[in-house]
Design a protein around this ligand. Sequence first.
Ligand SMILES: [Fe+2]
Length: 398
Amino acid sequence: MYLLYRCYHFLLKSIVRFIGIPEPRLYQGKQGLDDAILDLSLPADTQVMVVTDKVLNELQVIKPVLEALRARNLSPVVYDQVQANPTITNIEQGYQVYNTHRCEAIVSVGGGSVLDAGKLIGARVVRPHRSVDAFSGLFKVFKTLPPNIAIPTTAGTGSETTVVAVFNDDKQNKKLAAADFCLVPQRAVLLSQLTTTLPAKITAATAIDALTHAIEAILSINATEHTNRKALEACALIFTHLPIAYQHGQDLDAREKLLYASFLAGQAFTRTSVGYIHAISHQLTARYGTPHGLANAVLLLPVLHWYGSRIHPQLAMIARHCSLTSLDYPVEQQAQDFISHITHLLIQLNIQTQLNEVLSDDIQSLAAMALDEAHPDYPVPHFMALPDCQHILTQIRA
Ligand SMILES: [Fe+2]
């Protein structure tokens, strides 16, 4: 069975290598925002849909984006009903707003949920006869989206550069994911001033999500020199700047570096896929509503410990690149230095190591569903058996 999985992983790697995943044009800072809007090449008075959520709209986080659009004589139309996990209803509502106002472009400003909703509204625009649930799976959109810009307000999901959009079927209570090269946003703007209002706890959890993307990208057997370069740079930026952004939320330089790290990690994992940390974490979010970043942070060390010496070369490589160890040490010691650094970082960020919500009666089904998600889709370096997954879930139970 595992041999078949490996054949599938090789096929995935070949698709990525030979077709190539598009990259968004990257813009940074206030000037970058203006340049990205100019790059939309829209005539004056064009209606531009701004996708966001209610909180970001009420806190006026989107204000600089609205002002920049108006300064270019464009007319923003705000749709702010995106929920924490965007639903099919959200996407349909957004699509109706787009049509009613005859919008011609989409600017998404928000966390991963908002950016994913923006992608799917765009997909609906170019596929008006296809229902949202029909986008679930691989290459179900396959058509260029309307002109778009993705502007993340958290440094974590990397959705501004990934091929994936996750959504909820609110009628069947199912989590679905669409993956298609055309879902990669055409432009990404990293604007650190939009992230300064994030509370320290969310800054920490979202950045650990980005760190997990980078680590799982490096562990993937589909990792390449290209993805490793990006993931390693993401790790280094997070290790240096996360403690600063956590302590000093207004530090624009640290915020900017975290946004860039998240972008790089997104570019890496969208080519390699994620691994068991995400596979298990997704089940906790679906079952208990555990925030994604927190679930990853709690699972990070138990999963790395389960791999043990089998991933020492990769962990040692990160430790060397991020100057967490001595180049003279043997690989085992370098890997151990990496684990120690993560352990201290999680303590420094006051991240809990266990989750109250995990019930012992649920462990078997959670483990089965996690492995169901991981196999065969995630090109993990070693395969996990059901008892091992159950053991990890038992470990994180408070
Ligand atoms: Fe994630």
